[in-house]
Design a protein around this ligand. Structure first.
Ligand SMILES: [Mn+2]
Length: 316
């Protein structure tokens, strides 16, 4: 089976690349660092890479500087692991040219690339799938690996709040905590070490809240000027889309983020039956049932209106 094939590749390979999607979330960072550190503990030569720098709040992870955002020149690998990426393009790296074997480990649907493909949409996080692989390798989980994987699980399940938090999720999290890690260390870094600029930015963005007349969708918006005025950077707006979603009765939340004069990046979040992935695909974007994104051109009013029309149709 697929996990055994992956183990064979690990045993027979010497030089490994581990990479995940751009604009990395906790699962991308946690699964990359967790697998890369474990491979190094097995005596392999490993490069852990992401095209973007590791988010500030995740830098508490031990050995987080092991994760590079620049590859050494003339890099080549026996095996490249592409994690949590959905599509290999999201690594922003010509992975296929860099390795003999590309292994895709992911829990996103429609993840169809790689010489070996280990895709399980029932996994709450890619980090859990890395845990399964390391267990199958009979690798002893170190504290550093445990911290990385725990971060992946915690962040992809919204701190164990989403439906994806299945029994396996709690069981793996329990085993990771049993290695001696402190859950509060992770959650305090992730959720309660906010930069002051983030709160300032939130203060400017929340007044843009619009709730639809049906009450079933709501949106907030951020312009380039707002971002400038707050002194914050775009990274500080991560997760803002969860505020409109938290309103009682709201099923779809939207965050309009201006990235150029007449270009808005829209993040969609659904809390129920509405598939925002298919909604985003109608706008040329992508994603899955509960979380998706698209880039749309126009003024904020135009963009808001055209998306509202789509949603009004869905809710009518
Ligand atoms: Mn994930």
């Amino acid at each position: 089976m697929i996990v055994q094939q992956i183990i064979d590749k690990i045993e027979n390979g010497q030089r490994f690349l581990v990479v995940a999607h751009e604009n990395p979330d906790g699962d991308a960072i946690g699964s990359t660092l967790g697998l890369a550190l474990a491979l190094r503990e097995m005596g392999k030569e490993v490069i852990a890479y992401n095209v973007d720098v590791i988010p500030e709040v995740m830098r508490f992870l031990p050995q987080s500087d092991f994760l590079l955002n620049r590859l050494p020149e003339d890099s080549s690998f026996d095996v490249a692991f592409v994690l949590d990426a959905g599509d290999v393009e999201r690594t922003a790296l010509p992975v296929k040219d860099l390795c003999k074997t590309m292994i895709n480990i992911d829990h996103h649907p429609y993840s169809t690339f790689g010489d070996l493909r280990y895709v399980d949409t029932t996994a709450c996080a890619t980090a859990v799938m890395i845990y399964r692989v390391l267990m199958a390798c009979e690798h002893q989980i170190s504290v550093d690996v445990a911290k990385a994987l725990y971060l992946g699980i915690l962040s992809d399940t919204g701190s164990f709040r989403y439906s994806s938090a299945n029994p396996e999720c709690f069981s793996v999290a329990g085993k990771l905590v049993a290695t001696g890690i402190d859950p509060w260390e992770t959650s305090s870094h992730l959720y309660e070490s906010l930069a002051p600029e983030r709160m300032q930015l939130l203060g400017l963005v929340l007044p843009t809240l619009q709730i639809s007349s049906c009450g079933r969708y709501a949106s907030i918006a951020m312009t380039i000027d707002t971002l400038k005025d707050s002194g914050a950077s775009e990274e500080h707006a991560d997760g803002f889309v969860n505020y409109p979603r938290a309103i009682s009765g709201v099923e779809v939340a939207l965050f309009f983020n201006q990235i150029a004069e007449h270009v808005y990046k829209i993040s969609f979040r659904s809390r129920g039956s509405i598939d925002v992935g298919s909604l985003a695909r109608k706008l040329g974007g992508g994603g899955h049932h509960n979380a998706a994104g698209a880039k749309v051109t126009g003024t904020l009013d135009e963009v808001r209106t055209s998306v509202s029309q789509l949603l009004d149709q869905l809710f009518s």
